[in-house]
Design a protein around this ligand. Structure first.
Ligand code: PCD
Length: 793
């Protein structure tokens, strides 16, 4: 059990119909085991698909013999890359304009890459037959290290790309190099630090999978799949497979966690579609944990150098960074086209500085396609880690308290909307109260005193602070698209005659509670109780188009769409009410669920009365059609910029170097809060993610490119034993451009917690003169740091 302390500090003062700590509408089905996940889908005559994966990281395929597998009992088909190539299906586009092999034809480029698949009567027969496929590999030197990828004699991984002679993926820069250099040249103090954000994995509870059912008579493909972006996937399938888009239905039912892992299109989905077309039967593909960990979207893998320039008294002047980004064998990131490095441009953090510059080089390596935004609005996690770590390094250099240094440099409330030196327009923020609340909840001054006493006794206690600003809610159509699809979201609301409603969303829920919170938004706007509103999502035949759920965009984009569609319905309801009450619309006032005549409160009609009239037999005002429904497509004018102040307290056992996170205080500001209980759950989950990344998670490879994090025995996830009782608090600074003032929050804690924990550990190790040590801070790494050899990045 996790206990929380919620301190209220300028909370929503309104006591609305809609917002508040409502229990989740989806939980009755989950706690009764009645959730319906992709693996629960069982269709008559369904076959099972299993994928043969490469055992080596880099090799030329010389031959594949499938004859024994084909003869194996229960096997219906065995398909190789060469067979897909005949149909033009061996390669597919990725969500970042690269291509990825569906099944390898020429070479395998990472361990775990898809080489062939078997379709059989049951899953066991399919997996047994995999062992009978005989592949002859000519093993090539693998490139495992991003720095090695750039060496002139490094083997070229992507020789499938015409004219490609090196392992460059892309170069990118932002900010003003010359202006930044000038500020650095005149600064009193310059601190630089090398940092690695290791490769980690989102590791959702449910692995990826699909059931494809192609009906040759109708010409229609139904695909149940674990996707966070059903509409975008549908469009891609239409483009790749040549099936008309209206003949494709993508259904994403309960999907057991996404965390960015289910944004990309994986070869397995495409294989299932091909298999159903080939066999004329429904086909299920479900990967196991091992496959999920070795072949699906990894995150991070950034090697960074951070530099910060300041005055002697602690005025931060400029930040500069150089990044080497490892994207694995194919660029499988989903990022808006103009932003190959995602939103890394916010690396200037929450500080008002004079200049900034970032240069990034991205490379291909023989590792699984990387770079998904794991609980991260497109690389913000890396950006926040960079800035919050080097600000601490600066505090150390100046001998200044890290809280004081941050408070001194915050963007001030009157500076919003604030344009950063890399061109991001922060919509709103009031940082100091958030920071002060966190310090007050932590008892910051007392903690520092306690630390002094403990240090005197040789005990290792550390206090770490991180303050973050995120950019979430992609995004304005003028700037943001994925593969040419704009990032606006549709929403449709229908109110039935008896006043019950259904809202259809383009975004998908992976567990974050949309069926509850979107009902709350509608309830707040039109006064129908949330229990009378059903939220439909995750079925392209039954919901309007939109780009899906990632980068905490649902509340900023679809949440806005839901509020506005409800207002549209309310506007129509007002006209109908004016007819019913025989007054002009100007004489009506809205009172959370009913229209009443101004000055005559006895005369009113409820939204339910209006719904019945809208569908009923009586007259409607001139020019008003029957029915009570509306739909819109919302194009956000900007992103939303939530912020937060996190304080972590750790104790380190000097004998074993074991880190214990003793306390964690998280104060989040996500603007108007729809459901505080759900927000706290989101924050708790993200904080646990942060403990995992800071202390134990890393997908490592040996020099041959073997993945060393291929099971949950090797890739450690945090459990209730490693996390403390979270202490959460909040402030509310609404977004000025969002109709209800809400900002996203789903990823805030994952973004903000790793630097807080690392800062705390480095602070604890101060007696050893440690300025930095790289994640994950396992006992052996902490031990090394204590002995003065913090592992070189
Ligand atoms: N909210 C409220 N209020 C506010 C905000 C928010 O209430 N102000 C809430 C909502 O409604 C929801 C949640 O909260 O329910 C969240 O939100 P957002 O922030 O908007 O977000 P979204 O979009 O919805 O979601 C997404 C996210 C992400 S992105 C991630 S990673 C993660 C998170 O979400 N994932 C997950 N969380 C979660 N949870 C769960 N349970 N599961 C999952 O999977 Mo990415 O990019 O994908 O990587």
């Amino acid at each position: 059990t996790v206990h929380e302390r919620v301190d209220t500090f300028h909370d929503n003062d309104q006591k609305p119909v809609g917002y508040g700590r409502m229990l989740r509408k989806e939980d009755p089905r989950f706690v009764r085991g009645r959730g319906r996940f992709v693996d629960d889908v069982r269709l008559p005559g369904m076959l099972h698909l299993a994928i043969l994966r490469s055992p080596v990281a880099h090799a030329r395929i010389l031959s594949i013999d499938t004859s024994a597998a084909e003869a194996s009992p229960g096997v219906k088909a065995v398909v190789t890359g060469a067979m897909l190539a005949e149909q033009g299906l061996a390669w597919m586009p990725t969500l970042s304009n690269d291509v990825q092999a569906v099944l390898a034809t020429d070479k395998v480029r990472f361990q775990g890459q898809e080489v062939a698949f078997v379709v059989a009567e049951d899953g066991y027969a399919a997996r047994d037959a995999l062992e009978l496929i005989d592949v002859e590999y000519d093993v090539l030197d693998p490139v495992v290290d991003a720095r090695r990828a750039l060496e002139p004699d490094a083997p070229v991984i992507r020789d499938d790309l015409e004219g490609k002679t090196d392992n460059h993926c892309f170069d990118w820069e932002t900010g003003d190099e010359a202006a930044t250099a000038a500020v650095f040249a005149r600064a009193d103090v310059v601190v630089s630090q090398d940092l690695v954000y290791p490769r980690v994995h989102p590791a959702p509870m449910e692995t990826c999978g699909a059931v494809a059912d192609f009906d040759a008579v109708e010409g229609k493909l139904r695909l149940w799949s674990t996707t966070q972006a059903p509409h975008a996937h549908r469009t891609l399938y239409a483009l790749v497979a040549g099936i008309p888009e209206h003949k494709i239905q993508v259904i994403s039912p309960d999907i057991g966690g996404g965390f960015g892992n289910k944004v990309p299109i994986y070869p397995g989905y495409v294989c299932a579609i091909v298999a159903s077309i080939v066999t004329g039967k429904p086909v299920k593909w479900m990967e196991d944990r091992f496959e999920n960990l070795i072949s699906t979207g990894f995150a991070r893998d950034y090697i960074m150098r951070g530099e910060i320039a300041a005055t002697r008294d602690g005025q931060i002047l400029a930040i500069r960074t150089n990044v080497l980004a490892d994207h694995g064998a194919f660029n499988g990131t989903a990022a808006p086209v103009k932003y190959p490095a995602g939103f890394f441009g916010v690396f200037t953090g929450s500080y008002d500085i004079e200049a900034a510059y970032c240069k990034m080089t991205a490379v291909f390596t023989n590792k699984a396609p990387g770079g998904v935004a794991y609980a991260c609005s497109f690389r913000i996690t890396e950006a926040v880690y960079l800035v919050e770590r080097i600000v601490d390094c600066l505090a150390d250099e100046l001998g200044m308290d890290p809280a004081e240094l941050r408070l001194k440099n915050f963007i001030r409330p009157e500076q919003f909307p604030y344009t950063t030196k890399t061109g991001w327009v922060y919509d709103s923020g009031d940082y100091e109260p958030t920071m002060r609340l966190a310090m007050e909840m932590a008892g910051y001054a007392d903690l520092r005193r306690e630390q002094q006493e403990k240090r005197a006794r040789g005990e290792l206690m550390g206090i770490g602070i991180a303050f973050f600003t995120e950019a979430v809610g992609a995004g304005p159509r003028k700037d943001m698209d994925i593969l040419g699809l704009g990032m606006a979201d549709g929403c449709e609301l229908r109110v039935h005659p008896t006043g019950k409603a259904v809202v259809r969303l383009s975004v998908q829920s992976q567990g974050q509670g949309h069926e509850t919170t979107f009902a709350q938004i509608i309830a707040e706007e039109i006064g129908i109780p949330p229990d009378d509103i059903d939220v439909l999502h995750g079925d392209t035949d039954n919901t309007p188009f939109g780009l899906g759920t990632y980068g905490s965009r649902s509340t900023p984009v679809s949440g806005a769409a839901a509020a506005l569609v409800a207002r549209k319905v309310r506007d129509k309801a007002r006209i109908i009410a004016s007819g019913m009450l025989e007054v002009s619309v100007a004489d009506l006032e809205w009172d959370k669920g009913s229209f009443r005549v101004k000055g005559d409160p006895g005369k009113s009609v409820t939204i339910q009365d209006i719904a019945m009239r809208a569908h009923g037999a009586g007259d409607l005002p001139e020019g008003i059609e029957g029915g009570l429904e509306a739909q819109i497509c919302y194009n956000p004018s900007n992103l939303t910029y939530p912020h937060g102040a996190y304080i972590c307290v750790v104790d380190i056992d000097p004998g074993t170097a074991q880190v214990k996170v003793r306390r964690f205080i998280a104060v989040d500001d996500c603007g108007t809060r729809i459901n505080p209980m759900i927000i706290e759950g989101q924050v708790h989950g993200g904080l646990a993610d942060g403990v995992g990344m800071a202390l134990m998670e890393m997908i490592a490879f040996d020099e041959d490119g073997n993945c060393l994090g291929a099971s949950l025995m090797d890739y450690l996830l945090p459990t209730a034993l490693e996390v403390p009782d979270w202490e959460t608090g909040f402030t509310v600074t609404p977004s000025p451009h969002h109709p209800i003032g809400a900002k996203g929050v789903g990823e805030s804690a994952t973004v903000g917690s790793p630097p807080a924990i690392v800062n705390a550990i480095v602070d604890a190790l101060e007696p050893f003169g440690v300025r930095h040590a790289d994640m994950p801070l396992t006992p052996s790494r902490v031990w090394d740091a204590m002995r003065g050899n913090a592992r070189p990045p």
